[in-house]
Design a protein around this ligand. Structure first.
Ligand SMILES: Nc1ncnc2c1ncn2[C@@H]1O[C@H](COP(=O)(O)OP(=O)(O)OP(=O)(O)O)[C@@H](O)[C@H]1O
Ligand SMILES: [Mg+2]
Length: 250
């Protein structure tokens, strides 16, 4: 896709992905291209395959057929571990280490698995916590944080690995309304910083403002994949319109 004068690099290319659990087809011939700086919102009814789609990208689920390319390299069982290092994932349920302080949650992976210097990583952690408004929580333990704060720590923890693609699976759906905003603002900030993201969410106000494309995944297929304006303004898809009328009036 061209944008202005330059050509944006393709970060991720999913080609004809199929995934079954036993007899159940969960992804049926799904294709998706993600370009640098894209913010793609994935939405659709429960059980449609959204989480599974995200999980296939970083190898948490094996695909039955199709191909996934990361920056032009086909992902296979040999290179998945090195490719995964570039892909951050944030889940609904934070997945922080409850027995570790925020500081140690942030430092453990870069120091233990990437052998980065502690001093350098602590500096980076402070900078990122500052950006996301939680620098004062560096010594807190997860049980001392609100849901919104935990989720922002989870985002910072991902950023410590310097990902160039971030996957979010319903990052706000376990949060109270006032905390939803903090986390949406954090993702908006990430998009302003140029992060490429795929976000499963039903926060349609956020999608309208921040997404570059919106995909509607239903019954194992991407039924609609279009720029954000067209998605909300003139969908021709009856199932999508039905879905939108339910969630927008919810
Ligand atoms: N490990 C698994 N084993 C068997 N079936 C699974 C497994 N994981 C998911 N499924 C099934 O695959 C289908 C798609 O699940 P998935 O979690 O991807 O949907 P989703 O769109 O994320 O739904 P939700 O909006 O509820 O999170 C569902 O029917 C689900 O029951
Ligand atoms: Mg899901």
């Amino acid at each position: 896709m061209s944008e202005g004068l330059g050509q944006r690099e393709t970060i991720l290319s999913m080609k004809n992905i199929s995934k079954k659990f036993g007899e159940l087809v969960v992804l049926d011939d799904v294709s998706l291209e993600v370009y640098e700086h894209d913010v793609i919102v994935l939405c659709g009814p429960s059980g449609g395959g959204k989480s599974t789609l995200l999980r296939t990208i970083n190898g948490l689920e094996k695909i039955n057929s199709g191909e996934i390319y990361y920056r032009g390299t086909k992902i296979d069982h040999k290179n998945i571990n090195s490719i995964r290092k570039h892909i951050g994932m944030v889940f609904q349920q934070f997945n922080l280490f409850n027995n570790l302080s925020v500081r140690d949650n942030l430092l453990i992976a870069p120091i233990k698995t990437q052998h980065k210097s502690k001093e350098e990583m602590l500096k980076k952690a402070m900078e990122e916590l500052e950006i996301f408004g939680i620098a004062d929580k560096i010594d807190a333990y997860p049980h001392q944080l609100s849901g919104g704060q935990k989720q922002r720590v989870a985002i910072v923890r991902s950023l410590m690995m310097e990902p160039d693609l971030m996957l979010f699976d319903e990052p706000t759906s376990a949060l109270d309304p006032e905390m939803i905003r903090e986390v949406l603002d954090s993702m908006r900030r990430l998009s302003e910083m140029g992060m490429t993201m795929i976000i499963v969410t039903h926060e349609m106000g956020f999608a309208k403002e921040v997404a570059s494309r919106v995909c509607f995944l239903e019954n194992a297929k991407i039924r609609v994949n279009t720029d954000t304006k067209s998605f909300f303004e003139n969908s021709q898809d009856e199932r999508l319109n039905q879905f939108l009328s339910v969630i927008l009036h919810h």
